[in-house]
Design a protein around this ligand. Structure first.
Ligand code: CAA
Length: 247
């Protein structure tokens, strides 16, 4: 198993932490990102990971801002090494029915969840192509596939990820760079726990498997797609949603 350098954005979130562990378990050197201004929380998280045996480097990053992404990537490449694996995981929700959705809610979600894909991929992509190896996984969502009440912004951003993923998958295909999406359904994370109880109950009732997913059930899909021998899988989407949406 060769050691690669893997970046996971939004590392300390419910899904991000499981992805960092999975990447580490594959033998990779893992670099996580955290929101600028949350240094002390990030350091506590890093220490907690260390006590569990995971040595994760962390740097501040605002994925919604291109310059922040460029400077994060430059720092990682200087201090850790060239990025081989990129997992674009950071994302937010600002749920509201369309009639009450404010321009700020729309813009925040589009910038963080969709612009971030360009912001992170553009500065690493050419170097991956030149080195002849790269694995990019963009985290989309079940709600980008099926749409969700109260998530016009989030569903639009997550659906946009599919077009972006397929386009750059074609650009990287002959250069050893694969680009895929993973679309989690409702997973047991802080993001999902913000859904009002009565709404969540009816969501879970509609999941064929009959329960929320676990973060590790997403990170294993990411590990699969970033593997050394996953070079023939590109431009696709892997849905992990307990059967809630079957495309
Ligand atoms: N389908 C149809 N109608 C629905 C509905 C649905 N799914 N959900 C609510 N409604 C209806 C209600 O029955 C109610 O109807 P009446 O007005 O006729 O009684 C009305 O909509 C409620 O509207 P409100 O204006 O009162 O809505 P609200 O402001 O209280 O709440 C909301 C709206 C914030 C969007 C809330 O419904 C909500 O939180 N929904 C969950 C959104 C969601 O699934 N978010 C996922 C977050 S996790 C995630 O995104 C991770 C991932 O990738 C899967």
């Amino acid at each position: 198993m060769s050691q690669r350098i893997a970046v996971v954005t939004g590392a300390s979130g419910g899904l991000g932490e499981a992805m960092c562990k999975a990447m580490s378990d594959q033998g990779h050197k893992v670099v996580g990102s955290y929101l600028p201004g949350t240094d002390s929380e990030a350091q506590l998280w890093q220490q907690a990971m260390q006590t569990k045996g995971y040595d994760i480097s962390i740097y501040p990053l605002n994925v919604a801002d291109y310059d922040s992404c460029c400077s994060f990537i430059a720092t990682v490449e200087k201090e850790v090494g060239p990025i081989d694996i990129l997992v674009n995981n950071a994302g937010i929700t600002r749920d509201a029915p369309l009639k009450r959705m404010q321009p700020q809610q729309w813009q925040d979600v589009l910038r963080t969840n969709l612009d971030s894909m360009y912001n992170m991929c553009q500065p690493v992509f050419d170097a991956m192509c030149s080195r002849g190896f790269g694995r990019i996984v963009n985290i989309s969502s079940l709600n980008g596939e099926q749409g969700q009440f109260g998530q016009a912004n989030y569903s639009a951003a997550k659906a946009g990820i599919y077009g972006f993923t397929k386009a750059i998958a074609k650009e990287g295909a002959r250069k050893g760079v694969t680009v895929n999406a993973v679309s989690p359904g409702f997973i047991d994370t802080p993001m999902v726990s913000q859904i009002p109880d009565n709404v969540l109950e009816s969501i879970v009732a509609g999941i064929p498997v009959g329960r929320l997913g676990q973060p590790e059930e997403i990170s294993r899909a990411v590990a699969f797609l970033t593997a050394e021998d996953a070079g023939y899988i590109t431009g696709t989407n892997l849905s992990v949603n307990g059967g809630e949406y079957m495309s």
